[in-house]
Design a protein around this ligand. Structure first.
Ligand code: ZN
Length: 101
């Protein structure tokens, strides 16, 4: 026997499923499927798109990054914009060193 990672009940590992919470029982599995139907879309919207943000920060530079940070709702999009902007600064600095050297 093992303990369900979600409801903490004793359960048979043979019927369980591995998730990010660890092994969960059949009941929790079924409950998650039902909950997941309405939770999935808003979550994806909340997380945003890292690569979209990265592209805006990298290619749009300061303006692109600021626009994304001001307008994007997704946390991943904003993270991407910061990382993309940082990467663009590093690449820009390297190019400058190469050009001046
Ligand atoms: Zn459970």
């Amino acid at each position: 026997m093992t303990t369900c990672g979600q409801c903490k009940q004793q359960m048979d590992p043979a019927t369980g499923t591995f998730t990010e919470d660890g092994m969960i029982c059949e009941d929790c599995q079924n409950q998650n499927v039902i909950d997941g139907v309405d939770d999935m879309a808003p979550l994806a919207e909340l997380e945003g798109n890292f690569f979209l943000g990265f592209a805006a920060g990298f290619f749009g530079g300061c303006i692109g990054a600021l626009l994304v940070l001001a307008m994007a709702k997704g946390t991943q999009t904003k993270k991407g914009a910061r990382v993309g902007f940082g990467a663009q600064l590093v690449v820009g600095a390297l190019l400058r060193v190469v050009a001046s050297g």
